[in-house]
Design a protein around this ligand. Structure first.
Ligand code: NAD
Length: 591
């Protein structure tokens, strides 16, 4: 059959002969740099790694090979018994010795490449040949075997549910154990439809992957399951401890593997770092930027001899936001600053944006102290479209595409409708609404164009759903932000981009001392600002709690998040007792 391959830019190919097969090996980058060895899964070939490999090649010696029987590597004869983990370990050692004879390699595996990787990282004969292991979407069969045994021997309702949950996700494993049928399906209709299925079900981009060798790869690869799964799950090794540091990357929406599978992994891995991604199974195709960033960081820290646990942030949500690029507007003060700090504590890279230059720089400096590996302060007026365009260009070229965008900058405006001038309206809408629109249009577009998901948070307010005679303009601006967020959430859902609207009640920040009071002269305005500040001070709800709610909203992809009890109460009333809320709206403000 004719075999074409996705072009991996700059790859040099060579052949490695081992145990009766010839393995096709591709190399990129400078061979004097640390070697990162990427092992593909099922049904895949080495080209599944093309996007990740190209991103790593400027820093590392990147090596990929077609597993025996896949891609351009030859298959063992007979097939039965030719795919045991012992033979696959021989292949790995032959490739590692050929490409990096003097230095251990940094192993990375996806799916069956990861299942193999666990074997390599836990058997004695590879000791000294592996410097680190990054595992994604493929457990150790030994660990999996013990995981099942633990749940069978000491069942609780939760453990039984986990067992049933993973059992249901493993339907394809039983199918692959039937003789002949999988081969017929892959060489027939399934092989033809698979590329379209990957695009539809997994959001894999239509960029020429999988390669034409897919039906053959899938037919041969069925022996990976038949030669190993039953035997290992029945008699898992009890000494399958990792002798290298491991980074575990878990896509949270994996249709084939439950994140619960890794619950007991700390027992097997003395040096374990966990990362999670809101993504499906085929992350080498759908999230190459994130994978390349995490692999680079892990390889670097291990090369420098620093235990990853000492450099990788360990705060709440560290597994979710570590190394991600987060941009927060209005980050010089209040909720924005607290949010930048909370993401920094989780190990994210921070762009702190504000029109207050000094405040933004200060936030960035403190974010670095708190745990951000990198942080920058940037000055912009969010209502200025051109300035926002320029900032977005700078951020994309210098720091990367934003993973989490927090449109938070906002100003207060109080006063009756007739006291509010057209100029007042313009100002509040320019910042509170147009600032959010520009952020979503410009940074959100970059996120969508990249095609690797992300999250947008817009700071609205409880005022978005709670009418009040005191805040007509401010409430209107926030109601618009809430609706914009809902509409955008619907539009971007299919692209893996979540949108959350945060609706705080009264939060103790500087906003009260800068809020404009329409209709009041300067002295009266000062008095009202002071009085409001005192009131908010007495209420004393800290911005840090809003920041926690923002991180939770991103992690759980929540749509509308009222924060503070009064905001939650008003939200319930807006749905179930709108007349009461309207009656409250008529009350004179207590100022
Ligand atoms: P804050 O005044 O402490 O912080 C707002 C920050 O935004 C400031 O650093 C300010 O310089 C910046 N900013 C204002 N206009 C800007 C512009 N045009 N361009 C760039 N930066 C600008 O206020 P906060 O309470 O932290 O407010 C943050 C967000 O939360 C706002 O959108 C606000 O409407 C909203 N909110 C606040 C409360 C509250 O009670 N504090 C309640 C609900 C919603």
């Amino acid at each position: 059959m004719s075999v074409t391959s996705v072009n991996i830019e700059g790859a040099r190919e060579r052949w490695v002969r081992t145990g009766g097969v010839e393995l096709c090996v591709a190399e990129l980058g400078d061979a004097s740099q640390p070697t990162v060895l990427l092992v593909h899964g099922y049904p895949d070939s080495k080209e599944v790694w093309s996007e990740v490999a190209e991103r790593l090649a400027d820093r590392f010696h990147v090596v990929l090979y077609d597993v025996r029987g896949h891609g351009r590597s030859t298959a063992p004869a007979p097939l039965r018994g030719g795919f045991t983990l012992e033979k696959l370990t021989d292949d790995f050692l032959a490739v590692a010795d050929a490409v990096s004879p003097d230095r251990p390699v940094h192993l990375v595996g996806h799916d069956w490449g990861s299942v193999q990787g666990w074997e390599f990282a836990t058997v004695e004969r590879t000791e000294g040949r592996i410097a680190s292991f990054t595992s994604m979407s493929g457990p150790s069969l030994d660990h999996f075997g013990h995981w099942i045994k633990n749940r069978m021997s000491r069942p609780t309702p939760r453990r039984a549910a986990q067992l049933i949950g993973q059992g249901a996700k493993s339907w394809y494993v039983y199918m692959l154990h039937t003789p002949v049928l999988p081969e017929l399906a892959w060489r027939g209709p399934l092989g033809k439809r698979w590329p379209k299925m990957l695009q539809r079900l997994e959001n894999v981009p239509a960029d020429g992957y999988p390669t034409a060798s897919l039906p053959q790869d899938a037919a041969h690869g069925a022996w990976l399951y038949r030669d190993n799964v039953r035997a290992r799950l029945r008699r898992p090794r009890s000494d399958a401890y990792a002798h290298v540091p491991v980074q575990l990357i878990t896509p949270l929406d994996d249709a084939f593997l439950s994140p619960k599978l890794y619950a007991e992994l700390d027992h097997w891995v003395p040096q374990l770092i966990r990362r999670t991604l809101p993504a499906k199974h085929w992350i080498p195709r759908t999230r190459p930027d994130q994978l390349a960033a995490w692999i680079s960081e892990f390889v670097r820290t291990n090369e420098d001899g620093i235990p990853a646990r000492d450099t990788v942030a360990t705060g709440p949500y560290a597994d979710r936001f570590g190394g991600r690029l987060v941009l927060v507007t209005g980050a010089a003060s209040g909720i924005g600053r607290a949010t930048a700090f909370a993401f920094a504590e989780a190990g994210a890279r921070i762009v702190a944006v504000d029109r207050d230059a000094e405040g933004a720089t200060r936030t960035a400096e403190m974010a670095r102290l708190i745990g951000a590996p990198e942080a920058w302060g940037e000055v912009v007026d969010v209502s200025d479209e051109q300035a926002m365009e320029k900032l977005a260009e700078k951020v994309a070229t210098e720091y990367g595409i934003v993973d989490v965008l927090v449109n938070n900058a906002g100003i207060g405006l109080s006063g009756s409708f007739f006291d509010t001038t057209a100029e007042d309206w313009k100002k509040v809408l320019d910042v509170n609404l147009w600032g959010v629109i520009h952020g979503c249009r410009i940074f959100g577009k970059q996120m969508a164009d990249r095609g690797q998901g992300g999250h947008i948070v817009n700071t609205a307010s409880a005022a978005a759903y709670q009418p009040s005679r005191a805040l007509p303009a401010y409430s209107t601006s926030k109601a618009a932000v809430l609706m914009l967020s809902e509409c955008l959430r619907a539009e971007l859902a299919g692209q893996g981009i979540g949108v959350s609207a945060i609706c705080p009640g009264l939060v103790n920040t500087n906003i009260t001392s800068t809020t404009r009071f329409a209709g009041a002269d300067a002295t009266e305005e000062k008095r009202l600002q002071k009085k409001t500040s005192r009131l908010y001070g007495l209420r004393n709800f800290p911005p840090e709690k809003v920041a926690s709610a923002i991180l939770r909203a991103v992690a759980k992809n929540q749509a509308v998040v009222p924060v503070t009890p009064e905001a939650r109460g008003a939200h319930l009333m807006s749905r179930f007792a709108p007349r009461t809320l309207r009656a409250i709206a008529r009350l004179e403000p207590p100022l």
